[in-house]
Design a protein around this ligand. Structure first.
Ligand code: ADP
Length: 457
């Protein structure tokens, strides 16, 4: 039982319960029919007996047994074909028998004056003895009423009921099976979906065909919502891991560059040693902040915080950094020192870094990058123009998608993974801003970042 499927349990229990109720009904019906028919058989026998007695008594005070023997044809008409009647004298000796259809028991003084059901010579009969006085005769009259046809009928009914019971068992099993299939369908669907979710590590969208508004329908909806929530959380975690690894690459490169500088020259040059250690420490601090910021982003926690970040300060900081790691890159700026935006400084650095990195990576000339900032009634507009290879128009929206790369081979050779712009897009959206792009193949690309400005300063 423990290892039975729900469907098997359901089929068996419904089949057994339908069968048992049918069987109970049959048993009650059979016994009621049995009693009712037995009573009516008894009535028939009693009627015959009464008619015989009445007939004999109506023949006047002088009639003898011999007279009756001669007139037995009349009596034969009263007694039916499955009955026998006999007249006995006071000592129980049989004097006359009418019809020989049914057997009599041995007469004894204790013979019952009530109807008795007995098997006599393999024949089931009802029999009864009554005192009889007519004319000069004084003795007994006995009737034997055969119950053979009654028992044949009852056997027939019993067999018919058993056949019906077996058929009902089969039908109820079939009904139970199909009913359980219908009712268990959504549960099976749910099980399939759960297995699919397990196999695909929650990445697949949950899909159900069951659309009724019953308890099972509600259960499936709850499961669907739950699974969507789980897959969103997992997706967010994955995003976080990808983003962190992407964002840590530049600072690690900087630290790596300085350490190899130290390795080659810095051991004896106190100035290089100090400078490199200072920059490496700064980069490590930056990585720490970056991690914290990414964590906050992953938890979507910073929404309430307000920042006043100077665009010029961030841009100057990066200009210095790039001069060190990419001396050939020319970054020029035109930024009003009074322009502030509402964004975490490390987030603004991340945005700049990803855009500048791309301008350097996707460029076949010596990179020239120009950063300018203007404002409209709501936002600061940071514009970054480069002289790179450009992007064709139909890819303007796709480049902001996760893992999208224009030319896979080229991107890979440049160390790209298709994440940089999706991170920029995510950051900008998180801080209620926007980003768009304009580009011409072979000429260069312009990115515009719109960020709400801070009115605090
Ligand atoms: P990655 O992190 O690999 O650089 P991104 O999401 O930053 O990926 O960029 C997506 C694609 O957009 C890149 O594969 C590249 O082809 C294209 N792209 C991005 N910025 C520029 C740019 N300034 N000039 C030309 N192509 C660019």
């Amino acid at each position: 039982m423990k290892n039975w499927t729900l469907q098997k349990k359901w089929t068996y229990s419904s089949a057994i319960s339908i069968f048992l109720s049918f069987l109970t009904m049959c048993v009650i019906l059979y016994f009621s029919l049995f009693n009712w028919m037995l009573i009516s058989e008894k009535k028939i026998a009693q009627n015959t007996l009464n008619e015989v007695v009445q007939f004999l008594q109506s023949k006047g005070p002088f009639i003898t047994i011999q007279d009756i023997s001669r007139n037995r044809t009349l009596l034969n008409q009263i007694v039916n074909q499955k009955q026998s009647i006999r007249l006995l004298n006071k000592d129980g000796i049989e004097l006359l028998r009418i019809n020989d259809a049914s057997n009599f028991p041995e007469y004894s003084k204790e013979s019952s004056t009530e109807f008795q059901r007995d098997v006599i010579n393999n024949q089931l009969v009802y029999h009864k003895v009554e005192e009889l006085n007519f004319g000069t005769f004084s003795g007994f009259v006995e009737i034997s009423h055969s119950l053979e046809s009654f028992s044949e009928l009852m056997n027939y009914i019993l067999i018919a009921m058993l056949i019906f019971a077996v058929i009902s068992l089969l039908i109820s099993a079939l009904i139970g099976y199909s009913l359980s299939s219908i009712l268990l369908k959504p549960i099976k669907e749910l099980r399939g979906e759960m297995q699919r979710a397990k196999q695909h590590k929650f990445s697949e969208k949950v899909n159900f065909h069951y659309s009724s508004n019953d308890e099972l329908g509600e259960l499936l909806i709850i499961y669907k919502e739950l699974m969507n929530e789980v897959s969103k959380t997992i997706k967010r975690q994955d995003e976080f891991i990808y983003n962190v690894s992407h964002e840590l690459r530049t600072p690690i490169q900087v630290v790596e560059g300085h350490l190899s500088l130290l390795n080659r020259w810095g051991k004896d040059d106190r100035h290089v040693l100090d400078e490199s250690l200072k920059i490496s420490l700064e980069e490590i601090q930056k990585m720490k902040r970056l991690m914290e910021e990414m964590l906050k982003l992953a938890r979507r926690e910073h929404a309430e915080e307000t920042f006043q970040t100077s665009i010029l300060e961030v841009a100057l900081f990066l200009q210095k950094e790039y001069k060190l790691i990419h001396p050939k890159v020319a970054i020029s700026m035109e930024i009003n020192p009074d322009y502030f935006v509402t964004i975490q400084p490390t987030a603004l650095q991340q945005i700049f870094r990803n855009l500048i990195d791309n301008s350097i990576k996707y460029n076949e000339n010596d990179p020239i990058i120009t950063i300018t900032v203007t404002r409209n009634d709501k936002n600061m507009i940071i514009t970054l123009v480069d002289n790179g290879i450009g992007i064709s128009g139909h890819q303007f929206t796709q480049i902001f998608e996760r893992f999208y790369t224009v030319d896979e081979a080229r991107t890979k050779s440049k160390g790209g993974s298709g994440l940089g712009l999706s991170i920029v897009n995510m950051l900008v959206k998180e801080y209620k801003g926007n980003i768009d792009v304009e580009s011409e193949l072979g000429k260069g690309t312009t990115f515009r970042v719109y960020l709400p400005y801070s009115t605090g300063k």
